[in-house]
Design a protein around this ligand. Structure first.
Ligand code: NAP
Length: 298
C-alpha cells in the first residue's frame, strides 16, 4: 500500500472570499460610475426549511457585495400560473438583473415550464435550456454557467489541475450539477466519463480519474480505494448524517469519505467549506454579469 499523503485542501471559503471581494469591487465601480446596482430576485415557493436557509444565505451574500436583493415568497399552494406570472413580472423589472427560482419546487408545479419562463438574460442560475444547450455545444457561449459546476472549475483551476487530456470522471448526471460539470470539463479538453446509478463497477471507473467530481447525494460513498493517487477530488455532496454530539443531532458530510480519501488524493475539497461557498460566490458573479448585460442592451 502506498504511503499516506496529505492532500492539498481546496479551500472554498478562501477562494469564494476572493471572488466575493472582486464582485463587491465591481459593484462599487458601477455605483461610482452612476450605474444601477445589480439586483437579484429570489423566488421561494413553499416552506422547505433547507430552501429557506439557502435563499437567506444568498440574499445575505448579496447585501455584503452591495447587490440589491428582492425576496418573493409564494405559498406551496401557488399555482403554475401564479409562479410564471411572478417570473414574467421580474423579467420586465429593470431593477432585476438576475432571477433565482429556488429548487426544488413543491410537488404539482412544473419546474421545466417555470425555468423556461426565466428570461435568458436574467438566468443567473444558468438553468434555462438555451443556456444549458449552448453550454453543451462546441463553439457556443452560454450567457450564464450554472453556479455550482462553475465553482468546481474555479477550485480546480486555483489548485493547479491540468485539464487537457486528463481523465475526468463526474459522478452524477443531474441537470444542475453533474451534466453541466461534465460539459465544462469536456470544454477544457478532458477525456470524460459520466457515471450514474446504472454505472457498472463504479470504484474502477472512479479510479481512472485524474479529476473526480462527486455529485450524487450519498454520504461518504467515494472511498479511499476508489481514488487514484494524486487525483483532484471535488466533493459537491451535502448529506446529513446523525451525530448525537451536535446540538442539531446531525452533521454535514459530502459524497466522499474525506478522512480516508485525503490520504491518497492530490487535492480535495472539504464539506462544508468547499463547493458550497463557491456556489454563492458564482451566483454573485453571475448577477453582476446580468447587470453588465443589461447595460449592453441599453
Ligand atoms: P440528484 O439530482 O439527486 O442527482 C444525483 C445523481 O447521482 C443522479 O445522476 C443519480 O443517478 C446519481 N446517483 C445516485 N445514487 C447513485 C449511486 N448509488 N451510484 C451512482 N450514481 C448515483 O442530485 P444533485 O442535485 O445533482 O445533487 C447532488 C449532491 O450535491 C446532493 O448531495 C446535493 O445536496 C449537493 N449539492 C450541493 C450544492 C453545493 O452548492 N455544494 C449544490 C447543488 C447540489 P441517476 O441519474 O441514474 O438517477
Amino acid at each position: 500500500m502506498e504511503a499516506p499523503v496529505t492532500a492539498q485542501l481546496m479551500d472554498g471559503n478562501a477562494v469564494a472570499a476572493k471572488i466575493r471581494a472582486q464582485v463587491a469591487a465591481g459593484v462599487e465601480a458601477r455605483a461610482a460610475a452612476g450605474k444601477m446596482r445589480p439586483g437579484l430576485a429570489a423566488v421561494l415557493v413553499g416552506e422547505d426549511p433547507a430552501s429557506q436557509v439557502y435563499v437567506r444565505n444568498k440574499r445575505k451574500a448579496c447585501g455584503q457585495a452591495g447587490i440589491e436583493s428582492f425576496g418573493y415568497e409564494l405559498p406551496k399552494t401557488a399555482t403554475q400560473a401564479e409562479v410564471e406570472t411572478l417570473v414574467a413580472q421580474l423579467n420586465a423589472d429593470p431593477k432585476v438583473h438576475g432571477i433565482l427560482v429556488q429548487l426544488p419546487l413543491p410537488d404539482g408545479l412544473n419546474e421545466e415550464r417555470v425555468l423556461n419562463t426565466v428570461s435568458l438574460e436574467k438566468d443567473v442560475d444558468g438553468f434555462h435550456p438555451v443556456n444549458i444547450g449552448r453550454l453543451s455545444m462546441k463553439g457556443r457561449e452560454p450567457l450564464f454557467i450554472p453556479c455550482t459546476p462553475a465553482g468546481c472549475m474555479v477550485l480546480l483551476e486555483e489548485a493547479g489541475a491540468q485539464f487537457k487530456g486528463a481523465n475526468a470522471v463526474v459522478l452524477g448526471r443531474s441537470n444542475i450539477v453533474g451534466l453541466p460539470a461534465a460539459m465544462l470539463l469536456l470544454h477544457r479538453d478532458c477525456t470524460l466519463t459520466v457515471c450514474h446509478s446504472r454505472t457498472k463497477d463504479l470504484p474502477a471507473v472512479c479510479r481512472s480519474a485524474d479529476i473526480l467530481i462527486a455529485a450524487v447525494g450519498r454520504a461518504e460513498m467515494v472511498k479511499r480505494d476508489w481514488v487514484k493517487p494524486g487525483a483532484y477530488v471535488v466533493d459537491v455532496g451535502i448529506n446529513r448524517v446523525e451525530d448525537k454530539s451536535k446540538k442539531s443531532g446531525y452533521r454535514l458530510v459530502g459524497d466522499v469519505a474525506f478522512d480516508e480519501v485525503k490520504e491518497v488524493a492530490g487535492a480535495i475539497t472539504p464539506v462544508p467549506g468547499g463547493v458550497g461557498p463557491m456556489t454563492i460566490a458564482m451566483l454573485l458573479k453571475n448577477t453582476l454579469r446580468g447587470a453588465e448585460l443589461a447595460d449592453a442592451r441599453t
